[in-house]
Design a protein around this ligand. Structure first.
Ligand SMILES: [Zn+2]
Length: 371
């Protein structure tokens, strides 16, 4: 499975169906809730029925739906796929499939561009991160992507048991000897972490060590890695891969919430000061079409109807004529989705916030702006 990246999402968001609309279909194919292939097909039938009922006779969209149906009915490997995203625009010969290791909300969206909001949520909520577990003798270096373990390496440096035949050592000597071995082990653990970082790359590192080793481990790390440490925890090295994975994802979710809270705090301060930030749907959409946005913040699950101008790309809450070019705009079911796509194509940072009450109070959407 090729993991979806932010770049790939930007590319998708950048595709415009000039001749005909783009059909996006998200399908929840999670084996936990959809055990048999038949269950997946039933889920597909449900969303296709809704989409076909709303079809306004566009032959390209009708053919998109057929292609999507054929792909799912034809079967696909579900061993690691829990969510499926398909994008089709027959008129342009456009067809993309993204397989995700996390479940999605099943839906069909017909719009002028691929609907990437759910993909953005998945990528934003599950950043690639490293986890370094170290104790006095063992090291494990793991990398997770979209909640899945993608890299695992480790080593075991046995410590002397202290019953060496060589009795010339005094107790003090033996203790120094062990301390030196531990030091060497920590250095090689740090080296392993750096090797994996260079090969795999990740933005954040979580450190798991016994509390009394945390300082030493951190100072042994390469400065690149030290700067990436976002959290510390104490997962035992004896834990199974799955136990480690669950513990790591909990820590990572806390880190993500903290990052969101930090961005919302900046937003709140900016809005309070009347500079550097805007909040609420209208002000945020305006900042976006004026290309002033640096970071877009959206409450996960926020949906609002609005308008979009096909001629100049203006998006707004109110229609029907475009305030810029005066052309008649088209109504869109979810102008928040339009905002996310616009932000992605402008290469803004997008932060989808999970259960952040402060952002909800500010109108569920806002932006840190350049001026
Ligand atoms: Zn316009």
């Amino acid at each position: 499975m090729v993991a979806i990246t932010e770049d790939e999402i930007r590319r998708l968001a950048g595709f415009k169906g000039e001749e005909a609309p783009v059909t996006s279909c998200y399908l929840n194919v999670d084996g936990a809730t959809h055990v048999r292939h038949q269950d997946v097909v039933r889920e597909l039938d449900r969303v296709l029925r809704i989409a076909r009922a709303r079809l306004d006779g566009d032959p390209s969209v009708a053919s998109d739906l057929e292609r999507i149906e054929a792909h799912v009915r034809g079967g696909f490997d579900r061993s690691r796929t829990r969510g499926l995203a398909m994008f089709s625009c027959t008129a342009h010969g456009y067809w993309r499939i993204v397989e995700l290791p996390v479940p999605v909300h099943s839906q069909v969206v017909v719009n002028h561009t691929p609907s990437v909001r759910q993909l953005e949520v998945v990528v934003d909520q599950h950043e690639r991160f490293g986890l370094l577990l170290v104790d006095r003798q063992r090291v494990r270096m793991l990398v997770f992507e979209l909640g899945e373990l993608v890299e695992s390496s480790g080593a075991f440096d046995e410590l002397p048991r202290g019953d060496d035949d060589d009795h010339s050592y005094t107790k003090d000597h033996a203790r120094d000897h062990v301390a030196a071995r531990v030091q060497r082990h920590l250095r090689s653990a740090a080296a392993l972490a750096f090797e994996v970082f260079q090969a795999q790359g990740f933005e954040r590192l979580i450190l798991s060590t016994p509390e009394d080793l945390a300082g030493e481990v951190e100072s042994a790390l390469h400065p690149y890695l030290r700067g990436r440490v976002v959290a510390r925890c104490t997962i035992p090295l004896s834990a199974s891969d799955d136990e480690v994975r669950r513990a790591a994802l909990e820590v990572e979710a806390d880190v993500e919430r903290a990052k969101e809270a930090e961005a919302v705090a900046l937003l709140r301060a900016g809005v309070g000061a009347g500079t550097g930030a805007v909040a609420g749907l209208e002000a945020t959409l305006l900042a976006l079409v004026e290309r002033r946005v640096e970071t877009l913040l959206v409450s996960s699950g926020y949906v609002e109807a609005g308008w979009r101008c096909g001629a100049c790309g203006w998006i707004g809450k109110l229609g029907r004529s475009c305030p810029v070019c005066d052309k008649e705009m088209s109504q869109v079911e979810d102008v928040v989705e339009e905002a996310v796509e616009e932000a992605l194509t402008q290469s803004c940072r997008v932060e989808i916030c999970e259960g952040n009450a402060d952002l909800d109070v500010l109108g569920r959407i806002g932006a840190l702006v350049r001026y």
